[in-house]
Design a protein around this ligand. Structure first.
Ligand code: NAD
Length: 467
């Protein structure tokens, strides 16, 4: 099929590349000239596993890039809208990019087009797109608007796209639903994974995704409600972790007990410094605003947001409890992206914490495998960026783990201990077992678990530490 994808960011670029991988002809549109030039040269603006290989495979063949939305729409049967939908001033979703793209699409209609919302948008947006396109003069029978929400996670975006749990098609006409079914056919039938050269399926991938066909409004609600529910799980476990800390229980044991209930599940019950990223914070606020507009006061969402906002302050208190005063302390920070596997620092709690530490007068030596370039653009100049975790730890008074990158859970602890001024780790992602670290001579603080202190003899190997 012939597709135009408008917006070549995390979602648009991944979707475009994966649709090309499924055999479709895709033209990717963006209004950032520099981004398009880089993509045409084969440079990838985001860090995602498998994306470089797939882009190299299809760029210039089934996947092209264009600054002209009109031309892209003219040569396509389906037009995906994948532009940003940031939070507006009062938390509501800012749909101005979606609106302006819809107007442009209307002006370029030259035959039947299926306009598909890929961006996360509030319920009823598809109706607005339709109205705007009609006002711009697009003939009534020349287009349909459908919703096809995207559930990919940054860090595993390509495999999430190619091996999804479910595909949601929100279409109000049979023609639109049939086109989207056809588009996803290689995934729906499981044919894609049998292709030679297919991106390998993750171990926990379903044999085929569940196909869910709904109205456009239901699909829009599915996306907002899904993100709100996942964020609620994170805030819930963080609230329980706080109780664990007060009574000396272990959140990992509690989590095992809760998560083993099939009705609840373990995923997203991960205590830490809170959720971030470009989706959960803004989508929760937007869903909250949608509810308010519908006359429903969705206070549960306020509490999810409040708990999350408190997590950074809680962690800062932990750092204080470990180090006493903070002014002038040199801290090694591992992780700047909002989660492992991505270079995305939007709404990253790690960045928020670095800002708080700098405001306290700390010296921050940071290391992140992918996000340092982006962090440099947003944090002030006083942060030093390091080549490795050990480089960051050198002469630091403590090590803080703020992002769950896999490599941070597999550090050479002997080497780390030798680098640090004091063997103190404050782990905002619970990547280590407290007893194991205490045995290796560390004083270890984590979330929702008792602090671990080394036996005197092993701590004394590095320095005599009494707490
Ligand atoms: P992004 O900011 O990375 O990308 C958006 C792109 O759209 C940018 O490249 C921007 O230049 C381009 N753009 C803006 N206006 C344009 C216009 N008029 N014409 C052409 N291009 C234009 O955003 P993203 O993270 O890809 O998110 C896009 C949407 O997908 C959002 O609604 C988001 O909530 C949703 N979403 C994101 C994720 C995720 O993990 N990032 C997952 C699921 C859904």
């Amino acid at each position: 099929m012939r597709l135009a994808i408008v917006g070549s960011g995390y979602v648009g670029l991944v979707a475009a590349t994966c649709f090309a991988e499924l055999g479709h002809d895709v033209v990717c549109v963006d209004n950032e000239a520099a981004k398009l030039s880089a993509l045409r040269r084969g440079e990838i603006p985001i860090h995602e596993e498998f994306l470089p290989e797939l882009l190299a495979r299809h760029r210039g063949e089934r996947l092209t890039f264009s600054a002209s939305l009109t031309e892209a729409v003219g040569s396509s049967d389906l037009v995906f809208i994948a532009v940003g939908t940031p939070a507006g001033q009062n938390g509501e979703c800012d749909l101005s990019y979606v609106e302006s793209v819809s107007r442009e699409i209307a002006g370029a209609v030259n035959g039947y087009k299926l306009v598909v919302e890929k961006s996360t948008v509030p319920v009823c947006t598809s109706e607005w797109i339709r109205k705007v396109m009609l006002l711009e003069g697009a003939p009534e029978d020349s287009f349909d608007v459908a919703s096809n929400p995207e559930f990919l996670r940054e860090g595993s975006a390509v495999t999430d796209f190619l091996y999804p749990d479910r595909i949601v098609i929100g279409a109000d006409s049979e023609r639109a639903a049939a086109m989207l079914r056809k588009l996803y056919q290689p995934l729906i039938t499981g044919a894609y994974r049998k292709h030679k050269g297919a991106v390998p399926a993750p171990d926990d991938a379903r044999p085929v995704p569940q196909l869910i066909v709904t109205s456009a409004k239901s699909a829009e609600l599915i996306k907002h409600a899904s993100n709100a529910f996942l964020a609620m799980k994170i805030s819930f476990i963080n609230a329980v972790a706080t109780i664990c800390e007060s009574v000396g229980a272990d959140i990992e044991q509690v989590r095992e007990g809760i998560g083993s209930d099939a009705r609840i599940g373990r995923r997203f019950l991960e205590p830490g410094i809170g959720y971030g990223g470009s989706c959960f914070p803004k989508d929760l606020k937007a869903f909250r605003a949608v509810a308010r507009e519908c006359g429903y006061d969705f206070r549960l969402l306020d509490e999810v947001i409040n708990i999350n906002d408190e997590q950074c302050q809680r962690f800062l208190r932990k750092v204080r409890a470990a180090l006493w005063t903070l002014k002038g302390k040199r801290l090694a920070v591992l992780g700047l992206s909002f989660k492992g596997g991505t270079d995305d620092i939007r709404e990253s709690p790690a960045i928020a914490l670095v800002r708080l530490l700098l405001a306290e007068g700390c010296e921050v030596a940071a290391y992140d495998p992918a996000a340092m370039e982006r962090a440099r653009e947003t944090l002030d100049g006083s942060v030093s960026y390091c080549e490795s975790a050990y480089d960051a730890a050198t002469a630091a008074d403590a090590l803080l783990i703020l992002t769950d990158w896999e490599e941070f859970g597999a550090l050479d602890l002997e080497r780390l201990r030798a680098c640090l001024n004091y063997p103190i780790i404050i782990d905002g992602r619970n990547l280590y077992q407290p007893e194991a670290l205490a045995e290796r001579g560390f004083i270890y603080f984590s979330v929702g678990r008792p602090d671990a202190v080394p036996k005197k003899s092993s701590a004394a190997k590095k320095r005599s530490v009494e707490i």
